[in-house]
Ligand binder design. Structure first.
Ligand SMILES: [Zn+2]
Length: 90
């Protein structure tokens, strides 16, 4: 779903793409990027695509506020580590 389908707002649930571990020379990766549940905590008034998030990992949570850079929107298919997107319809 493109960002134009509706901007993020505080309290919406989105996906945050985790940072995977570095890709080895043979192309393998110990931990690839995955979608994690995240809740929007802030929206940048200057850039609606940049948000603050709290990321809910299976074994812990972390806060990713605008003050620390926030998270920028990227299409789900790209699986860009550190980005957010709307949850895929399955
Ligand atoms: Zn996703």
């Amino acid at each position: 779903m493109p960002l134009t389908a509706g901007g993020p707002s505080v309290g919406r649930t989105v996906h945050y793409v985790s940072h995977g571990t570095p890709v080895r020379e043979d192309g393998t990766q110990t931990f690839p990027s995955v979608c994690r549940t995240a809740i929007v905590t802030e929206v940048d008034p200057e850039d609606a695509g940049r948000v603050g998030l709290v990321v809910l990992n299976p074994s812990g949570q972390f806060f990713h506020p605008l003050a620390a850079g926030g998270s920028s929107y990227a299409e789900a298919a790209g699986m860009v580590g550190g980005s957010w997107h709307w949850p895929e319809r399955v």
